[in-house]
Ligand binder design. Structure first.
Ligand code: PDD
Length: 282
């Protein structure tokens, strides 16, 4: 079952269509969000909508609907499907217009809310950890914008799949940035390191939640650039994302990380995170 709202109106999945001249289709001129619902409760929807609003400002996109309206549509879509555990995909583009690079003058946004049941990842991934590969970060310089232009991310994820790995970790000239669809953390001597929230990474909502958990647990956080050498030398590595949640990485490019099992700091953060998924409703 998939529930779709197109431009604020419920449509059947098969009838949910946009123009061939939609700028999202032709230029990748749009933004998206993926929000998780646990037990019918939204997990930090407000933070996702705030990021969408910021992204729209960055790309000079006037949202011609209110965030309250979008929020209401998200709620309705989840209720319509009677979903308990779901993923909510939100996409907004600059709309349809005859193809030209300049922004069209009188176009309205195309916006979609699509909800389907979330498939939980295999429990053994969380218990035993998974592997990753490293790849050069070939993306543009504004990765903080959650743009629908994801080709480098898709190529990286495909490389990971071909290598039998779960995720591809990006590095820019040897500095670890993030991963193809998640943020990267390492633990060294009980301290948590992650790339600073600048233009080279997406400011992940889950990343922010992990930083709050670390503070609560009294784990020192260092938001500074770190190199591939530091990644391989880490005691623990994990990646974070809305659908990924907190995933321990125990092998990178075939090299074992730490003891080769999810570490203590990672596990304590995972536990706190799981508790939040059972309570947060905003
Ligand atoms: N991906 N970095 C990248 C490049 C991402 O694509 C994502 C999320 C994240 C984590 O962000 P958040 O914690 O806000 O989900 C980091 C989404 C889920 C996706 O493309 O499906």
């Amino acid at each position: 079952m998939t529930v779709v709202y197109l431009n604020g109106k419920r449509v059947d999945y098969g009838d949910a269509k946009v123009s061939v001249e939609d700028r999202g289709f032709q230029f990748g001129d749009g933004l998206y969000e993926v929000v998780r619902v646990y037990g019918g409760r939204f997990f930090y929807l407000d933070r996702h909508l705030e990021r969408l609003k910021k992204g729209a400002r960055e790309i000079y996109l006037d949202l011609d609907f209110g965030l309250d309206e979008l929020k209401e549509v998200c709620r309705k879509a989840v209720l319509d499907g009677g979903f308990k555990d779901a993923s909510v995909y939100i996409q907004v583009t600059r709309g349809a217009a005859p193809r030209q690079h300049n922004f069209p003058a009188n176009t309205t946004c195309t916006w979609v809310v699509l909800v389907r049941e979330a498939k939980a990842q295999p429990q053994e991934y969380y218990e035993n950890g998974v592997s990753a590969i490293t790849v050069p970060d070939e993306r543009w310089m504004r990765c903080n914008i959650k743009s629908v232009q994801l080709i480098p991310n898709c190529i990286a994820k495909e490389k990971a799949k071909k290598a039998g790995a779960y995720e591809a970790i990006f590095h820019r000239g040897g500095v670890v940035t993030e991963a193809s669809s998640s943020n990267v953390f390492i633990v060294k001597n009980k301290r948590l390191f992650t790339h600073p929230a600048n233009n080279f990474i997406l400011h992940g909502i889950t990343r922010g939640v992990v930083l709050e958990i670390a503070e609560k647990l009294g784990v020192e956080v260092v938001e500074e650039n770190f190199t591939l050498d530091k990644l391989f030398d880490a005691d623990e590595v994990f990646v974070t994302g809305t659908m990924t949640e907190i995933m321990p990485i125990v092998k990178v490019d075939g090299k074992i990380i730490g003891d080769g099992v999810p570490g203590e700091v990672t596990r304590s953060i995972m536990k706190e995170f799981r508790e939040l998924t059972e309570t947060v409703d905003q």
